[in-house]
Ligand binder design. Sequence first.
Ligand SMILES: NC(=O)C1=CN([C@@H]2O[C@H](COP(=O)(O)OP(=O)(O)OC[C@H]3O[C@@H](n4cnc5c(N)ncnc54)[C@H](OP(=O)(O)O)[C@@H]3O)[C@@H](O)[C@H]2O)C=CC1
Ligand SMILES: O=C(O)CCC(=O)C(=O)O
Ligand SMILES: [Mg+2]
Length: 729
Amino acid sequence: MSDIIYTKVDEAPELASASFLPIIQKFAAAAGVTVGTKDISLAGRILATFPENLSEDQRQPDDLADLGRLVKTAEANVIKLPNISASVPQLVAAIKELQSKGYAVPDYPEAPATEAEEAIRAKYDGIKGSAVNPVLREGNSDRRAAKAVKNFAQNNPHRMGDWSADSKTQVSSMSGNDFFSNEASATLAEETTAKIVLETATGEIVLKEGLSYPAGTVVDATFMSVAALKDFLAAEIEKTKADGTLFSLHLKSTMMKVSDPIIFGHAVKAFLAPVFDAHGAALADLGVNPNSGLGDLLDRVKDDAAIMADIDACMAARPPMYMVDSDKGLTNLHVSSDVIIDASMPALIRAGGKGWGPDGKEADANCVIPDNSYAPIYDETINFFKENGKLNPATAGTVQNIGLMAQKAEEYGSHPTTFEVPEAGTVKMILADGTVLHQHEVEVGDIWRSASTRKAPIEDWVNLAIDRQKAEGCEAIFWLDADRAHDAELIAYVEPILKARGVADKFTIMPPRAATRASFETITAGNNSIAITGNVLRDYLTDLFPILELATSAKMLSIVKLMNGGGLFETGAGGSAPKHVQQLNEENHLRWDSLGEFCALGESLTFLADSKNNEKARVLGQAVDAATQGILDDSRSPSRKVGEPDNRNSHYWFARYWAEALAGQNSDPELAAYFAPVAKALAEGESDILAELAAVQGAPADLGGYYRTDPEKTAAVMRPSATLNAIIG
Ligand SMILES: NC(=O)C1=CN([C@@H]2O[C@H](COP(=O)(O)OP(=O)(O)OC[C@H]3O[C@@H](n4cnc5c(N)ncnc54)[C@H](OP(=O)(O)O)[C@@H]3O)[C@@H](O)[C@H]2O)C=CC1
Ligand SMILES: O=C(O)CCC(=O)C(=O)O
Ligand SMILES: [Mg+2]
């Protein structure tokens, strides 16, 4: 096993790796540190799942499973780049591409009819959505901006849209009968197994059995009423029209891969209600599944003039929609993974509450977030900016995050226990001894789910928060609502630990809405705060605050201290930025910023030094930090525009600063001697290297694929400088 594992992923970060990883491997080798890769890309995971469909030489090992085992050991030292959490359209596209390349993987069965198809569908459902992060996250999350990054953002504030008090932008959520209001929660006194059944007028359907929970697990159950959801969506469409704003829907269909695509599908149906009323049977015959989005629907009905005419008439009568890409006519409802709440809401807020309309112009938006569990943080953020104007990144303090995440905590681990209710009845969660832990009366189509959170992760999270508060000495808030069932169970864990460690006075506990306001007040005054949150708010806040403070979450330090002693270093909090690949394909410019990778690499090397007493790794890590500082100080980050320095240029500068720092240090003369000529060659090659990098920009770039690019073509595109390649080898 290599000392450090660098994950192979998809899209922009993977392209960046084609340029950056050879540099890392060369520098690490000089210190005897090995850096290997594991393939967790969408295409790689598909291939690893269907060995029986592939020839011997096409097969590939299940690297995700290997990594899943590794992160449960003290040996783990993994740099995890953002990967695709695939929606069905993305999954289908990846399958098509693999098939076209000669990999005989099966089609995705949209409507499985046989047992064999059911089995294939079950395998693909395991690959779908957020299927990687939950496997690797065997620890809680510590995300913050490194000091150097925050200082840089304050000294070089990004542009922010103005907020005005009369902005019509607002957040709209259900008035009840949602996951938030129906939640029940209990902490299990003893270890137990459990099953989930649906009792109907005619009998009992077992939804799930064989669940097992250790003592101390917090087990929740809740449901969203589909009738209430439908009424809400219909009313919001009317309200948006009356207000003259854009209709926008913000969900997390990737991480909430069972519940949110269903909610998304209801929105598609609500928006096109007259069309579904008039053509329901025809649409079903064409294989339309509203959960797959408007894009898929239009593709299936495009040859039916009558349906198309009714769609056009319906759209004309509806409020304008918030657009993903107005030039291409891609709406909010085209693909469920195109608008992901953690990125979409902060982007809209950063823009002064503006979204893009179908006319390509900015407008105020009605932000529809059906469930009330977490919507209040966005509502309160918007209220705060309407009252106080936009945040000033030059003077604002920072909000760090300590997130409860380990072992599939909370909603993000709830997929195996989420159900679209097949018949009206009572859902019961029944423990081994017959106790009914939770029960709900439900109707057909209601979305019922149970989430669980284990004791060890909760305790680890509280202790991590205590350590981090001690290190920072700043305000620290547990974002927990004593009036919410689940949060009340967590508070029962939190308070005794704080008391026992004598630090209760250092922390406050506040519901998310109040915590949002308090945190904005704190950072507006130039001070810092630590948000200690559950898993969903971890995800949301580590985009919200960074996007407002630093312009992007890609620059965040994201450390997962694994519970069994290993380290997982996630790069940034951002995703894989598909738009960046498109730009590279069209004009050979990659605007991806690898700052997250730089930060993670420094942490990973320092962790290696500490865990394996590897002093050479420490020297490498310290030099990485110096190189990262150099990138910031000298503004060597990629530009967004073709013809200007891009991701590849930033890697050249990183290599150069890294080599110079290693050559200039005196803790390890051997490393200094090795890197002196490297640094010299990089400096002397500067004008040639920059010219070679600049020469390729402007023309289209061929990567030989999207989900599975051709390694040679990719290397040719991402490493176009012969001079640099000769130095790196
Ligand atoms: N940890 C993980 O594995 C994660 C994976 N994802 C996956 O990523 C994909 C895209 O998700 P999306 O919601 O669009 O979020 P992204 O974070 O990919 O993108 C949002 C925007 O942030 C900017 N951005 C993000 N990272 C960088 C970077 N390193 N350098 C420069 N700019 C950056 C880009 O803005 P601009 O275009 O203006 O330059 C981008 O369009 C999905 O498949 C999703 O599932 C998403 C989040 C986390
Ligand atoms: O796993 C995913 O799909 C996204 C993860 C994410 O957004 C995050 O952890 O911030
Ligand atoms: Mg996120």
